[in-house]
Write a protein that binds this ligand. Sequence first.
Ligand SMILES: Cc1ncc(COP(=O)(O)O)c(C=O)c1O
Ligand SMILES: [Zn+2]
Length: 402
Amino acid sequence: MEYFECIFCQKEYPLDLFNPFCLDCKEPLLYQYSQRKRAFYPKKYWTLEKFLDFLPISEANQNFSLGEGNTPLIKLNRLSEKFKLPPIYAKNEAFNPTSSFKDRGSAVAVQKALSMGIERIGTVSTGNMAASTAAYGAKAGLKTFVLVKEDASSEKLLSIGVHNPVLVLAKGDYGQLFYKSFDIGRKHNIYFINSVDPIRIEGYKAIGFEIFLQLNSQAPRYVFAPVSSGGHLIGLIRAFLDLLQQGQIQGLPFFIGIQAKGCSPIARAYRLGKSKVERIEKAETIAHSISNPDPPGGNIVLKMIQDKKGKIIEVSDEEILNAQRILAELEGIFCLPASATTLAGLLKLSEEIKNNINDQIVLVITGSGLKSMKELELSKINICHSSLSKLDEKMKSFIIHK
Ligand SMILES: Cc1ncc(COP(=O)(O)O)c(C=O)c1O
Ligand SMILES: [Zn+2]
């Protein structure tokens, strides 16, 4: 039997995709099921089939898949060597169909919607989740509604609009728009697959399961993940909790959630030892995709991190851009500033981590750098000029003969 549960008051609710909040605590509900036999099927091709027993769907219909998941875990040898750190891996979620980890959640939520006969889906997002939901809605032939902030860039609007959803630029407070979408959803039968939708969050678990399998059925010692609304980290933690419960691992990894300094309500609450996150007035960071000043999953993240092993830290825009450049120059990985927070966080904690040379570190690279080029400055890219006649000489000057 499947149901929703509030992790604050433990109250159980019938599974209702249109009502994903606790009536008493007002917190997002999480998906639960009563005991069932569970196993991985690593030989299956599709990621949803591999982890089907751990996902909130009873079958994975390939007609609605865009080929999500099965992303590489890449060893970052040059990085470990340079900073004298234990083995570091990048779980590169940029390999997903719309170039971010959001596809993991959209894929599962769309399967769920179809299995329940739902014909309309939607999302409230400024970027990656909007493009992902629009793409999966298109593939499944569902009427899709995307509500975005009125100041969304044309680059973002194009990547969403190309899938031809109903695209609405909404004026007003973004936090309020999030809650308002559920009223609209109930009224017009639109399943809003927002950032902390319980089914979306279950979809993120597959990232954790894949990491486990890719490390030869082991949990890494550290998992670094960017945090905005909270859904991503909640999903990752739940994956390893499932593995622990199944007896597949003996202990949980140390989870490090990273926020940008210009928008770090959860990190601040963690630092001050509070149990509730307070919204901040204004987000100011170049890491736009993790700039939610009023994170709906903030209190859950805080509770999970305080109950389990982990911490939430913040990094500056300068540290983020530096980490983005290091990943690109040293390891060939071009990621979003939001994703580069993982390396920025690791470098910040490097003294703590250095001593445990056998530990494995995983950075979840949540999205591709190609999605947001504006933060990069051409002036900081090394370019040289040459006439054709001097080209040979110019090239020679770069080649050092031993
Ligand atoms: C690239 C990227 N990384 C990380 C996150 C954080 O995920 P969440 O909002 O679930 O905490 C987002 C959210 O939009 C994102 O787009
Ligand atoms: Zn509750």
